[in-house]
Every structure is written in C-alpha cells, then in structure tokens.
Design a protein around this ligand. Sequence first.
Ligand code: TMP
Length: 211
Amino acid sequence: MRGALITVEGVEGSGKSTQCRRLAALLRGRGLEVVETSEPDGTPLGQAVRGLFELEPRPSPLTQAFLFLAARQEHVTRVIQPALARGAVVLSDRYTDATLAYQGYGQGLDLQTIHELNALATGGLLPDLTLLLDLDPGVGVRRIAGRPLDAFERMDQAFHHRVREGYLELARADKRRVLVFDAAREPDLVHADIARAVDEFLGRRGAPRGA
Ligand code: TMP
C-alpha cells in the first residue's frame, strides 16, 4: 500500500520543526515508519541550493522557484517516492505550497506558472494532508530573533504578511487537504490538535503499514 505524504507549512517562527518532531515521535510510537524530511534540505542538492539564496543581487522570484523546484524534484525522486512505496508516512517540513506562498503570493510570481512547475517537479505528487501553522509574522520574527537569519527571514514584514495571507488563501481553496492550526498557542496545545487531526486522517484513509 502507498504511504502518506503529510506536509507542514507556515511563516518563519511558526514552530514547524518542533511540531514535525513531535508528530513523528507520536506516529512512530504507534508503530508507523515515519520519514522526517524538509525542503530545501531534504537532499544534498537541496542543501547546496540553500546557499544560493544568499547571493547578491538576490535571485529573481522565477530563479528562486527554479532552484526550489530543482531541489523538490531530487527530493521527490530520491526520498519521498521510495518512502511512500515502502508504505511509510513522509513528514515534510515545507513542500509545494511554500513556493506558491513565498515566490507567488510573497513576491508576485504568477501562480499558474508555479502550479505548472510544481506539477513538473513532483510528477503530480500532491500532499495527502497539509498542516498549516498560522501565526502573525510579527510574533514569528520575535520568536526567531537572536539566531542568524537567512535571506527570506531578513525580508520585510509586508512580505511575511503576504506569505501568511497566501497560505491562508491556499487553505481556503483546498479545505479538505489543508488544515489550519493557530500556532500562537502553547506548543502542547498545537500538538494535541495536530495529533487529533492526523489520527482522523489516517483512520479515514486506512493507516499505512507499520515499520
Ligand atoms: P526554513 O523552512 O528552514 O526556514 O527555510 C526555508 C526557507 O526557504 C524559508 O524562508 C522559506 C523559503 N522557501 C521558499 O521561499 N520557497 C520554497 O519553495 C521553499 C521550499 C522554501
């Protein structure tokens, strides 16, 4: 049986990595094989691509999309598809929606173009479920203050607000797939809601095989 692809999205500082870690531990505790991964870092190529966003002048939004999509194609081919074929749950910190939110809504790149590029890069592999951690970007920025910031984290507040609104728009357009969680709350409360939603989702589709 094919596994399940669950993606986690949100603005900077929304707590994605913490929630991914906790959800992975929960699912493993239930005997499922879980592959925790992220974009763009999920492959060596993706890790190499990350540094290119720091170049000056900053790559254009379309160039950024090409770079993220090159990383996505490697990620899908080398990590995600093989894991799904084994029946694993793949938990990816960012995936297709990130390009729509950051390069599309955030920087004005045509959304239809991004949809087409996403389809090409992923061979049409859509997430089965997307957990959107929604947070006021002002709160997110305060949470990450003090650590070195990457090129996107350094962008202005207006950009981060467009990204947040873009994610919410994507959630409104696909309510069945994208579930929105209020990430301003205590991490324990967010985790409890996510755990409930993922249990429901796995129950609905018939849980993938255990490890
Ligand atoms: P992070 O998720 O580890 O913070 O780093 C990824 C950064 O790259 C984050 O600022 C969002 C950005 N990004 C895009 O702009 N487009 C994409 O398609 C992806 C996957 C990430």
